[in-house]
Design a protein around this ligand. Structure first.
Ligand SMILES: [Zn+2]
Length: 116
């Protein structure tokens, strides 16, 4: 059993599995902290359905940022988000990464109320 088998549930073991299980996927940039929703089916087309999101880094899409993003997944709404990093050095690097930022944390939208 590899360390990935121990940590990562089957439904999150590949981009194809994430697509089939309709899991929620986010990216989070280590440099700017911005979280974005990720479509697992597009990632499956980009990287291959059998490719694991674990320890995979991708370029940040935020204008002006040249950081790298990692991925978080949740089985469904309200469930725990799992960080798709297993290598010790990648997990340790999160200690010095930017804090998570999104539309709510940046106060760009108000919870439960449409913007007026
Ligand atoms: Zn970024």
């Amino acid at each position: 059993m590899s360390s990935i088998d121990r940590i990562i549930p089957r439904w999150a073991s590949s981009w194809g599995q994430l697509t089939r299980s309709k899991a929620l996927v986010r990216s989070q940039c280590r440099c700017c902290g911005i979280q974005q929703r990720v479509d697992a089916s597009i990632q499956a087309l980009r990287f291959g359905a059998g490719t694991s999101p674990v320890d995979q880094l991708d370029g940040c899409n935020v204008v002006g940022c040249h950081g790298r993003v990692y991925f978080l997944v949740a089985r469904t709404y309200g469930r725990q988000w799992l960080t798709m990093l297993s290598r010790d050095e990648l997990r340790a690097a999160l200690a010095s990464a930017a804090p998570a930022a999104n539309a709510v944390s940046l106060d760009l939208v108000r919870l439960g109320r449409p913007r007026s």
